[in-house]
Every structure is written in C-alpha cells, then in structure tokens.
Design a protein around this ligand. Structure first.
Ligand SMILES: Nc1ncnc2c1ncn2[C@@H]1O[C@H](COP(=O)(O)OP(=O)(O)OP(=O)(O)O)[C@@H](O)[C@H]1O
Ligand SMILES: [Mg+2]
Length: 486
C-alpha cells in the first residue's frame, strides 16, 4: 500500500508548480544559448520544439542572463525562440530492483526495448561522496573469478581499482570476465563512448543471459552527445549507490574513464575553458576524483569499482592515466607485449598493485603470493641471460627455481575467457606453486580476525550512536510534553 502511494508522492514531489522559462537565443555547435530561465549549473531544462517535441538539456554555464545548455539528444529542430523550461532539479535517475537485468541510457530511459522500468524511486545523478568518517573499513576480500587478480592482486569489497592499457589489449574482456564470475551481489556497468557493436557484443556475448540476470547496464555510445557520455558515468554511480544503500555489495564497472574525460573536455572547451594539460581543461581533473570518490564503502554496503582507462599511445604518464591512478586504491596494468604473445589476461603482475591486498588476505596466502611474484620478477630480471643460454644452471638457487617453475606460473596466470576459477582452486594452485600450505580458513572472505574485529567495532559504535540519538530524542519529547502539561 505504502509503495503504491509512494509512486504518486514521488511524482508530486518532483513536480514544480512554478515554471521558470526562457527562450533560445543561439545554437553554437554543441551548445545552446538561451535568455533565461532562472536556473543553476547542472539543472535539467526542457527545450520545446513545436507542440509535441521536447529535448532534454542540462545547464553547463551561466553568463549574465544567458544560460548555456547542452542537449542530451540531437539539437535538430531547435531554433531561436524555442521555449526553455527549467525543471528545478539536477538529473534524476530511476532506481529500484526492477532495474536488474535492464539496459538503460544516461537519462534513465530503457535502451533494451523491454518497455517501462516501472520504478517509483529516484536518486540524483550528481551526489557527494559518503562521509569518510562513517565509511565501513574494507576488510572483506571480493572474488573476481580472474585467477591472477584473486591470487597476486587480492581486492577488497569496497576497493576501487583502475585497469590501464592501450587499445585492444583486453580491458573490456577482463571486465566481462569479472562481471560473470564475481561474488558481488550485483553488477552495475557503465559503457561510455563505446561503439554500438561493442555494446551489443558486451551485452549478448560477454555478459550473456546469466551475467545480465544480476546486472544493470548503462549505455552512452560514442555517437551520443558529450553531456550524455559524461552523465552516463554519474547515472551508473547513482544506481550503484542505491544498491549500496540497500546493504548490498555492488560491483561497479566503467568502460571507460578516458571517454568520460573526453566528454568533459568537449564540454569544457565549448564553454570557453582554457585547455591545460594535453588539451584537457582543468575541470576534467576536478571531476575525476569527485566521481571516483563516490564509490567504495559507506555505512551500509560497498561498491567495489573497476575503472577501465584507455592509455593514450601506451604512455603511462599521460594526464588522465596519471590522475585516475593517483586517486584509486590500486591499478592493474595490461601489457601489449603479453597480449601479443597471446598471454591472456595480459596483466603485468609486476607493474600492477592492489593497495589493500594486505588487509584482505590471510598470512599464508600473502606469503605464497609474494613468493610467486618474486619468482616472476627474478625470471624477468634474468630473461635475456636465460634466453641467450648464458645462465649457468646452479649459479643461483633463486634463478634455478624461477626457471623451473616458469611454465607452471605462466599457465597459472593465463586464463581462457570463459574458464571458471573458483577461489579454492586458485588458492590451492597458488600454494602448490609457492610450496606453502594455505590453510582453509584463509579461503574465507575475512581471513584476518583482527580486521574483522575492527569492522565490528565500527558497526557497534554506529549502533551505539543511533541508540544514543534515539534516547536523546525521546528525552526531548518527554521534556516538551511535561512542559506543555504544566
Ligand atoms: N582472456 C582472453 N582470452 C582470449 N583472447 C582475449 C582475451 N582478452 C582479450 N582477448 C583478445 O583481445 C582482443 C581485444 O580485447 P578487448 O576488446 O577486450 O580490448 P580492449 O582493451 O577493451 O580494446 P579497446 O581499447 O578497443 O576497447 C579481443 O578481441 C580478443 O581477441
Ligand atoms: Mg574495450
């Protein structure tokens, strides 16, 4: 019953009885200028074309009485004098369990032709990150189902990582492997600036029916307007925030952040911002951390996030790569050399790092992972000598071991796209390679009891705070009742 009324209550809440209007004064490339309406940055306006058509647009700049807008759809038909109506709110995203299994666009409209979403709740696309003081600690391991990550780069529920590579090295394939195999409760996937064919391939082939059953996909293909591509990232994040607020462990995936940065570059430059680093205006570098900080844990659940970054010209110092890498809790570097050698997933384990691996791994698991990584490193350091046949067997026990185990380690780190790797298998194989026995209790998602107790302490402290504030409120009520009686 309550749910039934909520639908109407929300509709009433979202209705503004005073309409601020303006009229289009110019259309300059991507940007529409209008005299009025009274509005704020980020506000959604509807541009009326004739009697039946409206185009949704967002306020991206204000200059005196001139409002600068960017349209979500094509600007076709917009002419000087068209009415512009302010809605009074920023982009709102439909949320709810009914989104699961659906593909939507940046504005929350269905993209899959499966009809209405039938949701009654909305979240704002633009929101602030959770308060760092109330964030739950990251102390539970997440299973990605990708053997090289689960073993050598363990990640926690609520951790945020970047997957960095040049074009065609396997970023999207790696994301789809994680989406199919992770033990997160739900996947929220943002496909930003991808080609239409790639989107369909990802949904139908990579994710498949099984993956789609526990996923929500937000799509803004490369042919959509820049505001569309930009906001798709916010919409994806808002949907993940909704599921996190339901206490779920969410897996958010963004493919990719470079297209997000390109979209903001187009918007920034068209509003008159000066280009700073490699043509990117300063707003790009301001927006990236603001978006990425929204994921992670809050006081109810977690959003583990994987952000794909297309590294321009394989240059790891290019500004977007640098900014994203510095903001996140870890990076997975894919190597073109490995991909060319058909070593998939092409993860360069020596250049990759999971900053929270220590917090979510048991003692023996860590020991085994360090040993295997060390063997990889020793082999790489001596590769040329080994290949040239210069290395004399017996000169160094470490190098001997690295050579002896090289093929087995390679095999362990490689994984077919549709190969299923349960975490128990991964840990047993890791232990065997390192010749270290990993006890079964370390297969648990929170192997370190000490970490667990930290999380419990935080949860207990929060419970106590809520109880305290409730009793304070009750005392205040009692005081006011007794005052009014006397
Ligand atoms: N695990 C894998 N097993 C086998 N082949 C793979 C694997 N991962 C990637 N590939 C191969 O690499 C190709 C490119 O992969 P993918 O599209 O994931 O790269 P990408 O980095 O996302 O590319 P882009 O930069 O164009 O988005 C795939 O078509 C596939 O042939
Ligand atoms: Mg890709």
């Amino acid at each position: 019953m309550e749910l039934f009324f909520n639908k109407y209550l929300n509709a009433v809440k979202r209705t503004d009885t005073i309409h601020y209007t303006g009229s289009v004064s110019a259309v300059k490339g991507l940007m529409i200028e209008s005299r009025g309406p009274r509005s704020m940055i980020g506000e959604i306006c509807n541009i009326r074309i004739g009697k039946n058509k409206t185009v949704m647009a967002e306020v991206i700049g204000l200059e005196g009485h001139i409002v600068k807008l960017m349209a979500y759809d094509s600007t076709e038909g917009i002419e000087v004098g068209c009415e512009v109506v302010a809605t009074g709110h920023v982009l709102q995203v439909p949320v709810g369990r009914k989104l699961i299994g659906r593909v939507i666009d940046a504005t929350g409209r269905p993209y899959d032709g499966k009809g209405n979403l039938n949701t009654s709740e909305y979240y704002p696309a633009l929101a602030s990150p959770p308060n760092p003081m109330t964030r739950l600690p990251v102390d539970r391991r997440i299973v990605t189902g990708v053997r090289c990550i689960d073993s050598l780069l363990s990640c926690g529920k609520g951790q945020r990582l970047g997957i960095f590579a040049g074009s065609g090295v396997g970023k999207s394939t790696l994301l789809s492997m994680i989406a199919r195999n992770t033990n997160a409760d739900i996947n929220v996937i943002g496909l930003i600036g991808e080609r239409g064919r790639e989107v369909m391939d990802f949904i139908n082939r990579d994710l498949g029916e099984e993956g789609m059953k526990r996923s929500v996909v937000v799509v803004a293909t490369s042919d959509t307007t820049s505001i569309n591509r930009l906001r798709a990232a916010y919409t994806t994040t808002a949907i993940a925030e909704y599921f996190r607020d339901q206490g779920m462990d969410v897996m958010l995936m963004m493919d990719n952040m470079t297209r997000f940065a390109h979209a903001q570059r187009e918007i920034g430059l068209s509003t008159g911002e000066a280009p700073a680093q490699r043509g990117y205006p300063p707003s790009v570098f301001d927006m990236i951390p603001k978006l990425l900080e929204r994921t992670g844990t809050n006081d109810k659940g977690s959003i583990t996030a994987f952000y794909n970054v297309l590294v321009d010209g394989d240059d790891l110092d290019e500004p977007i790569t640098d900014k994203v890498r510095g903001t996140l809790d870890g990076h997975i570097m894919l190597s073109r050399a490995l991909a060319q050698a058909k070593h998939y997933p092409a993860v360069d384990v020596l250049k990759s790092i999971s900053r929270l691996a220590r917090r979510v791994s048991g003692k023996m698991t860590l020991k085994a992972a360090t040993k295997v990584a060390r063997l990889v490193s020793i082999y790489e350091e001596n590769r040329e000598m080994i290949m040239a046949g210069v290395y004399q067997s017996g000169s160094s026990p470490d190098v001997d071991e690295a050579i002896a185990k090289h093929n087995a380690i390679e095999e362990f780190l490689m994984q077919e796209e549709y190969e299923h790797c349960p975490i128990e298998d991964t840990f047993r194989k890791l232990g065997a390679l390192a010749e270290i026995e990993i006890p079964e209790e370390e297969f648990d998602e929170s192997p370190q009891s000490i970490r667990k107790s930290v999380a419990e302490q935080v949860r207990n402290r929060k419970k106590a705070e809520v109880a305290e504030s409730n009793s304070q409120a009750a005392l205040t009520d009692l005081a006011s009742i007794s005052k009014s009686l006397s």
